[in-house]
Write a protein that binds this ligand. Structure first.
Ligand SMILES: Nc1ccn([C@@H]2O[C@H](COP(=O)(O)OP(=O)(O)OP(=O)(O)O)[C@@H](O)[C@H]2O)c(=O)n1
Ligand SMILES: C[C@](O)(CO)[C@H](O)COP(=O)(O)O
Length: 233
């Protein structure tokens, strides 16, 4: 068993939740008696290797100070950015890469991630000596839409080797920070940490996790997340 080095955890939580169409950002919506964000923090804090959290919040976030976790000394607040990648980079720039040579990034909007999957990701990446992501193979037939006004199929996409990328994503801190900073400086489209590492030509492990690690994005996701929270191990 390889010794686990110190890992900093970044939680992007500065989004507005446009697709949720709710009266507040989705990370603050109620879920099984807590907020979505608190449920996510509860999962992450069950992993002994995760001791220091960098929480990216909107500068004018009025909700977080009302939560009991606002007083948690393990949580350092960081100013969120215009896009998710900017929020993550702002957090990375606050991390001492010598003190925390690895960084795990996990969406606030993914409250049902299994502790066992997080630990599988950590063990797999540290053992391999390279970063990686939780992911699951695509199970549905995938279609590419035509660019006409009506929603029609242009063609079926070969799903061989296609995976859904989830979070957490775990990488060497300095490598991710530098790759993300350079990619954003060159206006590269970055939707997850792995895409910055790929752009920089660095390896990304695919670690198969459970498909119940859903990202709360639209209204129907809340009921599914509640079901998984009440039934997941
Ligand atoms: N500028 C941003 C945008 C998003 N996020 C965070 O990144 C995670 C995944 O992003 P997404 O699901 O897209 O959240 P939103 O951007 O809030 O959703 P939408 O695109 O519907 O507005 C969420 O925890 C969100 O809070 C962030 O920290 N900073
Ligand atoms: C990071 C992520 O959750 C991996 O699937 C996803 O890319 C976030 O995308 P979003 O559009 O910011 O929700």
């Amino acid at each position: 068993m390889t010794a686990v080095p110190a890992i900093a955890t970044v939680i992007p939580a500065a989004g507005v939740g446009k697709r949720m169409k709710a009266d507040k950002p989705k990370q603050y919506l109620p879920l099984c008696g807590l907020t979505v964000l608190e449920q996510t923090l509860h999962r992450l804090k069950q992993v002994p290797a995760l001791q220091q959290f960098f929480l990216a919040l909107s500068p004018d976030d009025p909700y977080f100070p009302e939560l009991s976790v606002a007083a948690d000394p393990q949580i350092q607040r960081v100013e969120g950015g215009a896009e998710r990648a900017n929020s993550v980079l702002n957090a990375l720039l606050q991390i001492d890469a010598k003190a925390y040579p690895w960084v795990l990034v996990h969406d606030a909007a993914r409250p049902v991630v299994r502790v066992s999957d997080i630990e599988l990701l950590i063990d797999s990446c540290i053992e391999a000596g390279q970063g990686g992501i939780l992911a699951t193979p695509v199970r549905d037939t995938m279609k590419r839409a035509s660019d006409t006004a009506e929603q029609t199929v242009e063609h079926t996409v070969d799903r061989t080797g296609l995976w859904h990328a989830y979070t957490p994503q775990l990488f060497p801190t300095a490598l991710l920070r530098d790759a993300l900073q350079q990619a954003l400086a060159q206006a590269v489209a970055i939707t997850d940490e792995a895409s910055a590492m790929e752009w920089a030509g660095l390896p990304v492990l695919l670690v198969q996790g459970h498909a119940d690690n859903i990202k709360i994005t639209q209204a129907e996701d809340l009921a599914l997340a509640a079901f998984y929270l009440e039934h997941s191990v």
